[in-house]
Design a protein around this ligand. Structure first.
Ligand SMILES: *Cc1c(COP(=O)(O)O)cnc(C)c1O
Length: 388
């Protein structure tokens, strides 16, 4: 096996395009000089269509969780009543952050593998009129569910005065989002998922309504104080030394997305989801999530007659194909394929083909090629026949 050929299909970190890798190799520049200013000036407008917003997108050094904590400390303060919608491990993380800051945290939890239903949120809001924030996960990476953020946003806006705060770490850049139209007040993402970069950069955008609350909020915060990022960004700068190499890479990522067309980026992710799911269906293997709830960026597969861990081991050994396992109580019960960022329909055919071989190796009999053929059919019969 070619040891340096690593087929990384986990839901983050994800592979990095060669041109992005090269961009990140640029020599350092001064972070208070003109080069940095111009770099941020070029990046700023290109981020907006990916978030679906007219607001600026703030750049903070830190992994995605830093962005989640930023969202919490800026929008609410100790003893405030909040709701966290939990559909898996990352919803759980929001609960932990809220508890860390002494909030009165209500949890609306649905079984892992399902999306929350907008009616459930509506009902909860009716009986809790004092909520200051509603926290939700767009793509719940631990299960592969895409929550109905558009509908929830509408309900939150109509039924309460709470801010609507969304973890979009494994969705933004792969799934269509319209922050402004969907009434999202804070949208957070990270660099190492659909953004095709290494971990280390979190991106946060805030609605006008969100800013009004943030400016009034007395909760102590320093590094994560969004008002200082806002003020500096007006000058195309950051309050602290930015992760410049990641910004070099980000500019190239945004160029790639612009060249492909942002709408086409989203269509490509939908296609990869559909190809993957129909291949797994064709192989007779159960999926964790329903077609309606499934995310375009990650697919969870829940075998009933073979071991998910054995399969992961087999494809790792033979092909250096890395798949993700399950988290918490789903550990050992599911495996997850990340198909986001630097991933195309061609890559889907590759991992489906390799999965079929892996299944044969661990003694699960499948008709070789059946999954690949199903995925090929999805591509060949796609609507509009646009190139993906
Ligand atoms: C990856 C991820 C995060 C952030 O994790 P970090 O390890 O801190 O980057 C947060 N939310 C979701 C939904 C994620 O997939």
């Amino acid at each position: 096996m070619l040891r340096d050929q690593h087929i990384l299909r986990i839901p983050g970190p994800t592979p990095i395009p060669p041109s992005v890798q090269r961009a990140m190799n640029q020599p350092m520049i001064g972070h208070r000089g003109n080069e940095s200013k111009q770099l941020i000036e070029r990046i700023k407008p290109k981020l907006k269509p990916i978030f679906g917003t007219n607001q600026d997108v703030l750049l903070i050094s830190g992994s995605g969780t830093a962005g989640l904590e930023t969202a919490v400390v800026n929008t609410v303060s100790t003893n405030d009543e909040v709701l966290v919608i939990v559909t898996g491990a990352f919803g759980d993380r929001f609960v932990k952050i809220c508890n860390t800051y002494g909030l009165q945290t209500h949890v609306l939890e649905v079984p892992w593998g399902e999306a929350v239903k907008p009616e459930q949120v509506e009902q909860f809001l009716r009986s809790h009129p004092n909520l200051k924030g509603v926290f939700a996960t767009f793509c719940e990476t631990s299960t592969g569910v895409l929550n109905p953020i558009e509908q929830i946003g509408k309900i939150v806006r109509e039924q309460s005065n709470a801010l609507f705060i969304v973890d979009g770490v494994s969705a933004v850049g792969g799934a269509k989002v319209e922050m402004d139209n969907w009434s999202i007040d804070v949208l957070v993402t990270g660099s190492q998922k659909a953004f095709m970069l290494p971990a280390g950069l979190t991106m946060v955008s805030v609605s006008e309504r969100g800013w009004d609350v943030i400016h009034q909020n007395k909760q102590p915060r320093f590094y994560f104080d969004l008002t200082s990022y806002q003020k500096k960004l007006e000058d195309d700068s950051t309050p602290f030394t930015p992760a410049l190499s990641l910004l070099f890479g980000l500019e190239q990522v945004l160029t790639l997305m612009e060249e492909e067309g942002v709408e086409n980026v989203f269509k490509r992710h939908q296609m990869m989801k559909d190809m993957t799911r129909s291949a797994v269906h064709a192989l007779g293997i159960p999926l964790l999530t329903s077609d309606e709830d499934a995310s375009p960026t990650v697919t969870s597969i829940k075998p009933d007659d073979f071991s998910a861990e054995d399969l992961r081991k087999a494809v790792k050994e033979d092909f250096n194909l890395t798949l993700a396992g399950g988290q918490q109580h789903l550990k050992g019960k599911i495996f997850r394929v990340g198909h986001m960022g630097y991933c195309s329909p061609a890559d889907v055919l590759q991992y489906i083909g390799l999965l079929e071989i892996g299944l044969t190796k661990i003694g699960k009999e499948v008709p070789l090629g059946a999954g690949v053929a199903a995925a090929q059919n999805v591509y060949v019969n796609r609507e509009g026949k646009h190139v993906l």
